[in-house]
Design a protein around this ligand. Structure first.
Ligand SMILES: Cc1cc2nc3c(=O)[nH]c(=O)nc-3n(C[C@H](O)[C@H](O)[C@H](O)COP(=O)(O)O)c2cc1C
Length: 170
């Protein structure tokens, strides 16, 4: 599968089969994140794989949706802002770095026949408490990972180019 096909096929999946994700597939997805670029190659990321049903149940208190905790795997993408690049004007880039890594994983998952869904609407304090994440670490996003139990069309509902593309100036 080429990258453009994966980009078109990726959709937010909110129903998962109970089927386990094979370890090789899971580790290939994680590897796609590890290979991501980051500002000054700082790689300010940590990823937590959650499969244990009891831990998933507790993690679900941060984002109470059955489809979320019922996915066989949840990947929690974290940043260490203290390790990340900061631009001269103070702008911090840790969220960008971790987002790129997670999107690499999400696209790689498509090739493995796996579904994902970006999750940002969680209670960060609960995630950190449940998973024992150190205070200086931030939780950027999570995604369930598993075999989709719903079929979605390829990506369509996006703004037209005329609305978002500018040539030479705004
Ligand atoms: C940064 C980010 C955060 C998101 N957070 C959530 C979320 O908390 N819960 C959810 O169900 N979907 C979440 N989504 C999924 C979006 O709603 C979805 O990507 C968008 O509606 C487009 O649909 P598609 O992913 O199927 O193409 C998030 C997506 C992104 C990129």
């Amino acid at each position: 599968m080429n990258v453009f096909d994966a980009i078109k096929l990726r959709r937010s999946i909110r129903r998962y089969k109970p089927k386990e994700v094979e370890k090789e597939k899971l580790m290939r997805v994680i590897e796609a994140g590890r290979l991501a670029p980051s500002a000054t190659n700082s790689q300010p990321w940590h990823f937590i794989i959650v499969k244990n049903p009891e831990i998933k149940r507790k993690l679900g208190e941060s984002y109470p949706r059955d489809w979320f905790i019922n996915a066989p795997v949840i990947i929690v993408a974290c940043a260490d802002p203290g390790k990340a690049w900061v631009r001269g004007d103070g702008e911090e880039y840790w969220k960008v770095d971790v987002a790129i890594a997670l999107q690499n994983m999400i696209l790689c998952a498509i090739e493995e026949g796996l579904g994902t869904c970006w999750i940002a609407n969680f209670n960060e304090k609960i995630v950190k408490d449940v998973l024992g994440i150190p205070q200086n670490i931030r939780v950027v996003a999570m995604t369930p990972l598993g075999y989709p139990d719903e079929v979605k069309e390829e990506v369509r509902d996006r703004k037209p180019l005329e609305e978002i593309l500018h040539f030479e100036h705004w």
